[in-house]
Write a protein that binds this ligand. Structure first.
Ligand code: NCD
Length: 304
């Protein structure tokens, strides 16, 4: 049985197949309306979510399937002390596939070890978020027409931002990608990712605190929210939260063909005045998330 815990659980060929399928669904959604009839997706969200959970649920409904689950740990038996292993064993009896988000790094992996059905990691703590990465890859490919030969800037909380970690892992397998890492000193990319991916594979990268200086080089700018819920104290969060706020003025030296992505939710790191700029891709990105999750459900259920 196949699970998706880490984006590297998929080969590059499998990722491209998923993106192709997602594009095919966008082009003809009616053709997929009954494919998951009588199938059930469980969404087990031990941590807050809007896009990830709702796009998973919309995806399953659009495939003709049904959805069950919970959106906060407090309303599940986790509040009574049930282990992830037990919850997953039980939910495997009720659902055909499970999407799970958890504040503890590694919890979906533990779930997969006890699951009778495919498990999808919908975000584990400050670690990984592979389905956001599929969304990001689909968006980059649709916006740029390719998944190679570009410079991508990651800006904001690169330490706790799980979407950044998974996307770097995925892009490390694409040819000609250059990485520009923009963050305050305290929120730099974890050294294990730098060492195991960027250095290990000899990939071109640059680390800086100065977004303005590197802006003209970027083809893609991946903005992120400072992850308040992962901080040990509020003071540090307050000091760092506004390190980067993208405004129209800050785009003055950017490329005309820049693509601005953000996994959302944003707090104030992107000024709303940018939303109407054709370079702002983040709402199209959120829309893509539903289609790529439809593709993923179909593949994991072996229906496509
Ligand atoms: C991200 C997440 O949950 O990691 N959101 C999402 O899934 N679209 C990013 C974030 O919360 O900042």
């Amino acid at each position: 049985m196949k699970h998706l815990i880490d984006i590297r659980d998929l080969t590059q060929a499998e990722i491209l197949e998923l993106l192709d399928l997602a594009d095919a669904i966008v082009a003809d959604p009616a053709a997929y309306r009954e494919v998951c009839r009588y199938k059930k997706l469980a969404t087990l969200f031990f941590e807050p979510s809007t896009r990830t959970r709702l796009s998973f649920e919309a995806a399953m409904y659009e495939l003709g399937g049904q959805v069950l689950g919970f959106s906060e740990a407090a309303s599940s038996s986790a509040a009574k002390g049930e282990s992830v292993a037990d919850t997953i064993r039980v939910v495997s009896c009720y659902a055909d596939i499970i999407a799970m988000r958890h504040p503890k790094e590694g919890a979906p992996l533990v779930g997969a070890m006890h699951a009778g059905v495919p498990i999808i990691n919908a975000g584990d703590g400050g670690h990984n978020h592979p389905t956001q990465t599929l969304t990001d890859l689909m968006t980059i490919r649709r916006e740029k027409g390719r998944l190679s030969d570009f410079t991508i800037g990651f800006c904001g909380d690169l330490k706790f931002g799980r979407t950044v970690h998974s996307l770097i892992a995925a892009l490390s397998r694409c040819a000609g990608v250059r990485f520009v890492l923009v963050s305050p000193e305290e929120l730099k990319l974890p050294s294990y990712i730098k060492k195991d991916i960027l250095l290990e594979q000899g990939l071109p990268y640059e680390q800086t605190t100065d977004l303005h200086a590197v802006m003209p080089e970027l083809d893609v700018l991946y903005m992120t929210r400072v992850q308040r819920e992962r901080f040990f104290n509020e003071e540090d969060y307050l000091r760092l939260k506004d390190s980067y706020i993208l405004t129209p003025e800050k785009l003055e030296n950017a490329k005309a063909a820049l693509s601005i992505l953000h996994p959302l939710p944003r707090v104030n790191e992107i000024d709303a005045a940018i939303d109407d700029d054709p370079r702002a891709c983040y709402f199209r990105q959120a829309r893509n998330g539903k289609f790529v999750r439809m593709a993923l459900i179909l593949k994991l259920l072996e229906l496509a």
